[in-house]
Design a protein. Sequence first.
Length: 340
Amino acid sequence: MKKETIQKSRLAKALFATLLAFAMQPAKAADKPIELTLSTYIPPAYEYMWKPLEAFVQYVETESKGRVKIKSFHSAQLFDGYEELPALSRGDIDISNLTSTYASGAVPALNLFTMPFVFQDTQHLERSAAAGLLDLGIREEMRDRHGIEVLGLAPIDPYQFYSRREPIRTVADFKGKVWATTGAADARAIQLLGGSPTSMPSSELYLALDRGVIDGTPRPLITGIGRSLQEVVKHLSLATFAIDTSLLSINKSKFESLPPDIQNIIRRGAELRDREQFRQVYAYIEQGVAQYEKLGVKVHTIDGDALKELRAATRPAVDEWKAQVPTATRYLELVEKTRK
């Protein structure tokens, strides 16, 4: 009898140990964090884009209580700007802040943001985004055709006009001058204004302006400051020629594989990133203009009547884009609705 009791006791202990081992397995699995890879071509020196990304990463990791770890790569360590969309689509990376210019070859609707004089200013872009601009087709196309979930939109500071010798105030001021452009949209607009566009990376602007190879260029303030253009131009004309954007995005399959609460944390983190980047861009515009003035560059603001003239002259570029993008009318209608 005693022997039977001992055997039962041993059996019970063995069964308890087995059950305990099974119970421990999910806990160990849960302890292993979800690892995500974030890749961007921008360097940390581009603070108004990099710091909001850092805030996004910190928010997701903190709010998930360590269940998510995001490994970040900057300065094109993994992929450059043109490579980010296909890399994200393939799942080679999980998260990126796609620049609309670089992604517009695959998604023509994104050329909206580099159409000439469509947005009044960065506040106008923010109002349009809040009114659902991305929900008129861009999110759907990115999701269905490229396997990418767009989490949010934030601005790069607007394209303004740098000129080597004479200020830019009217349509006539563009004529007969050579302009360094970044892509098809701004090149077409310059052509319509009577200038001669030539494609040129920002790395070549300084020497080209210094040697008189070009007369000017439409570029954001961050490019001019980063490339020391204040040393080779005399004038900066503010007109909000275009506003390139940064689309925080995640691979669709990866996103759908995440638990619902983690998806919600990532979405809230993206909203935080958007608000922070808008805030930092507003501050950067104000500080950047003041910096140019301090450095001896004459800053001009193109007035309302001249802007109407510029918008009318470049309207064919918008109409050509509209003819190529089936959803273009919806975007433009919302943009007009949010115009002040």
